[in-house]
Design a protein around this ligand. Structure first.
Ligand code: 4AD
Ligand code: MG
Length: 454
């Protein structure tokens, strides 16, 4: 906006005091003696006020049009803003047909309404604020890891394995493969899929760089209409070698959450305020409190006992061995005082093959951890990995996966170390800190079952 114009046009400013503003009209108010415009260029929530002689008004200078204004930046006489631009010329670069434009001047459109226009909703204040916060949080995540000595790895998007073993894969076929129905030959010679997680590739790299991370798109063919699942979502994943305790993994999860959230709160206070004012008033001030306290830790066994003693009845009856459902997660978080809670040591049979066996008695568990947060449920999932060859070999054998995972077994033969890591769903993170109910409203272009607009 004008701040940016000032720095990019600094020489211009020093010599002639002329500023150029390029952006989209957020409001037009024409009075007898003066024309007021508010122009926004996406760099902040605030629009810059432009004052002009009514003779500069044009028929196509409307809400939504793209303009270039040239003029003098002066101190504003109004209390609400520091500066305003006194226009000398106004050029309408791209007019806007306000009758068919789905956004209306000075209206606070509900998120469900603007969701229908994925190609236009970024010009809405709420989505604008969200996307700036998303950008700062992305930078904050990269800084957190780089500052702590992690190496960033581009894990592949196309892969031949199903890390989670949940069968929620999108299989890739070329357009010519799709046409030839009989005798298909694969482009890669083997079936290939869009990745569900970069974890296994990160484990490879943790075996050379000690601490690694990745942050990219992941894909799951979950046929779910829930408000916390997407078919394409972004995941932050970290993997740490020479780590024998789940506590170390939880510490990184907590530090990541707190550092990135502090960054977002300090870098985008106005954008965050918009959410805490209009979208989730209950969230106001709560995050600051959460940042001050240590996250709680309970075991899966304790969680089941808490659920069994709950005064309410659940659709899915809680008992040892059951997967924690959304209703269970919600109750646990409430029981703990609406704060983030780590749940550790899940039943062996519930979790994927790579998790480390705790070798503990009849209630057999693995060193797994999920971080649950209010309003969202599971935000992160992680574990210690099975680094012992015999344990991993027998588990893969029972699953009939030994051939497919020879390379993964190799890692346990050539300098294996105790290691572990986790993944955090980036959209769920944004949902939680901003109090956004539906995950489709925290990603620029949501993809979910029965919907791939644009
Ligand atoms: O718990 P998940 O499935 O864990 C893994 O994929 C591990 N391999 C990660 C690791 O250890 N490196 O997924 C991690 C997180 C979940 O806790 C959730 O926040 C998010 O990813 N997630 C989704 N977010 C949006 N839409 C979906 N369909 C999601 N599925 C998982
Ligand atoms: Mg999980």
């Amino acid at each position: 906006s004008w701040k940016k114009s000032m720095s990019t046009q600094r020489s211009c400013q020093e010599i002639t005091n002329v500023f150029y503003l390029q952006g989209w009209v957020r409001s037009v108010r024409s009075q007898k003696e003066v024309l007021f415009l508010h122009i926004n260029d996406g760099s902040s929530l605030e629009s810059l006020q432009v004052v002009a002689d009514p003779s500069l008004e044009k028929r196509d200078l409307t809400f939504g049009s793209a303009v270039e204004v040239q003029g003098k930046l002066v101190k504003s006489p109004h209390r609400m803003q520091n500066m305003e631009l006194q226009a000398e010329t106004i050029c309408v670069v791209g007019p806007c047909d306000i009758w068919s434009f789905p956004l209306k001047m000075k209206e606070r459109h509900p998120l469900e309404y603007v969701r229908q226009f994925p190609h236009l909703r970024c010009r809405n204040n709420t989505l604008g604020a969200l996307l700036r916060i998303r950008s700062e949080a992305t930078a904050g995540i990269h800084s957190f890891f780089q500052d702590n000595g992690y190496v960033h790895i581009h894990t592949p998007i196309i892969t031949s394995n199903d890390c989670e073993g949940a069968g929620e894969l999108f299989q890739i076929e070329t357009s010519s493969e799709a046409k030839e129905s009989a005798e298909k030959t694969h482009f890669f010679n083997v079936p290939a899929f869009l990745t569900v997680s970069g974890q296994l590739h990160l484990e490879v790299m943790a075996g050379a760089f000690t601490h690694v991370f990745t942050f990219g798109p992941t894909f799951r063919a979950e046929n779910s209409q829930s408000r916390r699942h997407l078919a394409e979502f972004y995941m932050v994943e970290a993997e740490l070698s020479f780590t024998e305790s789940l506590q170390d993994i939880m510490q990184v999860m907590e530090d990541l959450f707190k550092t990135v959230t502090s960054t977002v709160l300090s870098k985008c206070p106005r954008d965050v305020e918009l959410f805490h004012k209009y979208i989730a008033p209950a969230q106001k001030g709560r995050l600051e409190q959460i940042l001050k306290h240590k996250f709680m830790i309970i075991s899966y066994g304790e969680a089941v006992e808490i659920l069994k003693q709950a005064p309410q009845t659940f659709t899915f009856k809680p008992e040892w061995g059951c997967d924690l459902q959304t209703e269970h997660e919600k109750y646990l978080v409430k029981h703990c005082g609406e704060v983030p809670v780590f749940v550790i040591n899940y039943p062996y049979d519930l979790k994927p093959f790579y998790m480390r066996d705790n070798e503990d008695g009849p209630q057999h568990t693995v060193a797994a951890v999920d971080l649950l947060v209010p309003g969202v449920g599971e935000l992160c999932g992680g574990s210690l990995r099975e680094e012992r060859l015999p344990f991993l070999e027998s588990r893969l054998q029972r699953l009939g996966l030994t051939d497919a995972y020879q390379w993964y077994l190799d890692l346990r033969k050539f300098g294996s170390v105790p290691h572990g890591g986790f993944g955090m769903g980036f959209e769920r993170y944004l949902q939680y800190i901003l109090g956004v109910d539906n995950i489709k409203d925290v990603i620029p272009f949501p993809r979910f079952s029965h919907s791939c607009l644009l």
